[in-house]
Design a protein around this ligand. Structure first.
Ligand code: GLU
Length: 289
């Protein structure tokens, strides 16, 4: 079976040099191995994703010389599949709703931090500090029926109890230079949100479902997602999904050494193209043959 790779941008801003690096690595690796390259549009967040960004993605990638299979999978067209996966986890008793607003969560974290250190996830966000797991079924039903907004969280302790000693196969360097089998450490993320009242999914959930459904065998993506792979392995296990290999690559940084952001300025692919740069010059600038 030929390898299956994918590039999975979110159309919530313009593409920059970092996206180009990831897309070209996937493209080059697919070509070198006689594999397939899929493009997936990760557009589950209707408040941030816009059609003009999606149109620009196709334009920028074509300019880079990429070719991908069609039809392109757009996550917003598959919300029911994600909803069903959350239901399956709920049937296993692994999901609970929490009702605190962002402001309430911030207040609870501040309260906890006033008494000592409150743990943060690998991205630096505080773990969920609330007690929603302990609400009674009746209280949950009452709050949901009242129309209150809610998040559906994974009960991490219960989930890990069903999936001990998970690991993934890392072919890239990762942030600590380790390759081979990497032990997953999902507890570091706490009770992650897998869906919300208004959006029946999340990045973590959709990415594992789609990678499995599309038969992706090798996930090539930035090392900023290295630690998230722990959550992805756990969800794959709980949902009985196939496990791809991972290759986390270095990030392209700006002159100050910072990760590139969505407000692209000088590193935007559109701007570079308008400045007269060719795709071959762009490859050289980011260290690709
Ligand atoms: N959609 C994610 C992003 O644009 C990438 C997801 C992935 O490669 O797993 O950052």
């Amino acid at each position: 079976m030929p390898p299956v790779l994918r590039f999975a941008p979110s159309p919530n801003g313009p593409l920059h040099l970092g996206h180009a690096y990831s897309a070209l690595l996937n493209f080059d690796m697919a070509r070198a191995s006689g594999g397939r390259l899929l493009l997936r549009i990760e557009d589950i967040d209707p408040t941030r994703c816009r059609p003009e960004f999606e149109a620009a993605i196709y334009e920028d990638l074509a300019w880079l010389g990429l070719a991908w299979e069609v039809p392109v999978r757009r996550q917003s067209e598959h919300l029911d599949e994600y909803r069903r996966a959350v239901e399956r986890l709920a049937e296993q008793g692994l999901i609970y709703p929490s009702f605190e607003s962002r402001a309430e969560i911030a207040r609870l974290v501040a309260e906890r931090e006033a008494h000592g250190v409150w743990p943060r996830d690998p991205d630096g966000a505080p773990l969920y500090p609330g007690n929603a797991k302990r609400l009674s079924a009746a209280e949950r039903a009452r709050l949901i029926d009242s129309g209150a907004p809610y998040s559906l969280r994974l009960d991490m302790t219960a989930a890990i109890a069903r999936a001990r000693d998970l690991s993934w196969h890392e072919r890239g360097e990762g942030p600590n230079g380790k390759t081979g089998r990497i032990a997953a450490a999902p507890h570091a993320w706490g009770d992650v949100v897998l869906a919300r009242k208004e959006t029946p999914t999340s990045y973590h959930l959709s990415v594992v479902i789609d990678d499995a459904l599309q038969g992706v065998t090798e996930v090539v993506r930035g090392e900023d997602l290295f630690h998230a792979t722990s959550v992805h392995r756990l969800l794959q296990h709980l949902l009985g999904l196939a496990e791809p290999a991972y290759r986390h690559h270095r990030l392209i940084r700006d002159e100050a050494g910072l990760k590139l952001s969505k407000s692209t300025g000088a590193t935007g692919l559109r701007e570079l193209r308008a400045s007269g740069m060719s795709a071959a010059e762009l490859r050289r600038r980011i260290g690709l043959p």
